[in-house]
Design a protein around this ligand. Structure first.
Ligand SMILES: Nc1ncnc2c1ncn2[C@@H]1O[C@H](COP(=O)(O)OP(=O)(O)OP(=O)(O)O)[C@@H](O)[C@H]1O
Length: 432
């Protein structure tokens, strides 16, 4: 493991300590030029620039992603300055410029969604499987305070995890155990400057008001501990649920899940509903509990619970599937299926939509019509031409297409909170 370090100390963070934290958050792709880099999100502020400085001392093969949201006149110049600072640190960087964000309601949330989408895309292009983020202990305390004020249950209070799994990259937050002041002092000591985002002083924003209130009340540490404690408990529950998921559930590439003879625990069913329904967020816990208690066929959050051959299955609810979309390689349909096909096959007017109920019995490979109706299929001139999951096509001309089942949050992404229990003022550290 690595040496303890008080969380809310303002002492600069040592590269050795940082490297020990990263070691425990691995495994990492080998640090050599032939391998994919580890990506890091750098806004140019004190947290993420300190992250870049420390990361460079941990390994050579990195790729910093700098997003210019284009929402303030100075943002382009600030992004350029950040690129120069990264070049000075010898950290390779890529600028991502967002051009389609319009100011207006929920701009912070829209900017965040767009930023993550483009950063994940850049990671895929560069082959990166890990993206480091600069969230630190003050962010964590603020999130826990806001969630506690909003009456969040224990899972909400768990705030941010050290590691979050998305289908494409692992989001890693190695600075959750370090204060904002310590990171700024790390940069000062290294003689590095950073950009201060003026929105961080805008008292209209809830987070900024919370930041000042926590600071004045000396409450940051208390809320950080609360978040870490809740995170630890959640991790223990996640582990038990993941074990139960692996033991009892069978995931089919068709997008449905066999649950076994008895219904699983509500937490496990919730994860499965999220996967089958292609949901970013979990379904309402009370509704899931009701379904488990009743133990009867039901529809919930775009999914349908059915009994077939002495087993429970969760399938996509036909009424909930997405409208057809024009077919192109890589297009995502129903939030869950990615189309792979040679472009020559995707002539003008080909659509991706649900297979529906028109499939003859012998093409269904033994599966009920209800299951197969929600399968992704290719349509052309109003006619069903190909259902790759069933190996069926109207003619050999339509062979060569297939769909990857890629839900936004796989059920296996349950175990996202990796932190050890925190005692008193000691930072005990993330689980390896
Ligand atoms: N413009 C940006 N370019 C690249 N990375 C960014 C940018 N803005 C934020 N980040 C990354 O996200 C981290 C958290 O930043 P911030 O707290 O401002 O984001 P947020 O909007 O609260 O996002 P989150 O939903 O991840 O909490 C930063 O430390 C950095 O790693």
């Amino acid at each position: 493991m690595f040496a303890h370090r008080p969380v809310f100390s303002d002492q600069p963070v040592s590269p050795e300590w940082f490297a020990a934290v990263l070691q425990s958050l691995g495994p990492w792709v080998e640090d050599s030029p032939g391998q994919a880099p580890v990506a890091l999100a750098v806004s140019g502020g004190g947290d993420s620039l300190a992250l870049a400085w420390l990361a460079r001392r941990w390994r050579r093969n990195l790729l910093a992603l700098v997003v210019d949201h284009g929402l303030r006149p100075e943002s382009a110049a600030e992004a350029q300055l950040t690129l120069e600072r990264l070049a000075h640190m010898d950290v390779p960087a890529r600028l991502i410029t967002l051009t389609d964000l319009a100011k207006g309601p929920a701009i912070a949330a829209r900017a965040r969604t767009a930023r993550y989408a483009r950063m994940v895309e850049a990671c895929q292009q560069a082959g990166c499987v890990d993206l480091l983020l600069g969230h630190q202990a003050d962010d964590q305390a603020e999130t826990a305070w806001m969630r506690s004020n909003a009456g969040s249950g224990p899972d909400g209070l768990a705030a941010m995890g050290w590691i979050s799994h998305t289908p494409d990259v692992r989001l890693v937050r190695p600075l959750l155990g370090v204060s904002r002041a310590a990171l700024r002092n790390t940069l000062r000591k290294a003689g590095q400057a950073w950009v201060d985002d003026p929105s961080n002083l805008d008292m209209k924003a809830e987070r900024v008001r919370v930041r000042f209130a926590l600071h004045e009340g000396g409450l940051s540490e208390q809320f950080w501990c609360l978040a870490m404690d809740a995170g630890w408990q959640r991790m223990e529950r996640d582990k038990a649920n993941a074990a139960s998921l692996a033991r009892t559930c069978a995931f089919y590439p068709q997008g449905w899940v066999g649950l076994g003879a008895a219904l699983p625990e509500p937490a496990v069913l919730s994860a499965v509903i999220r996967t089958v329904g292609g949901l970013r967020y979990p379904p309402a816990p009370a509704a899931v509990e009701r379904v488990c208690k009743k133990g009867e066929a039901a529809t919930l959050a775009g999914t349908r619970l059915v009994r077939w051959r002495d087993e429970w299955f969760l399938i996509r609810e036909q009424a909930g599937v997405a409208a057809p979309v024009a077919a192109s390689p890589g297009v995502v349909w129903d939030g869950r299926f990615v189309l792979h096909a040679p472009s020559a096959l995707l002539r003008c007017g080909v659509y991706v939509g649900a297979a529906g109920y028109g499939l003859p019995r012998k093409t269904r490979g033994g599966w009920p019509a209800l299951f197969c109706a929600g399968l992704p299929a290719l349509w052309w001139q109003g006619q069903l031409v190909c259902v790759p999951h069933l190996g069926w096509s109207l003619s050999a001309d339509w062979d060569g297409a297939f769909f990857d089942f890629r839900p936004p949050v796989p059920a296996t992404g349950m175990g996202v909170y990796g932190c050890k229990k925190v005692h008193n003022k000691d930072y005990v550290g993330p689980v390896g």
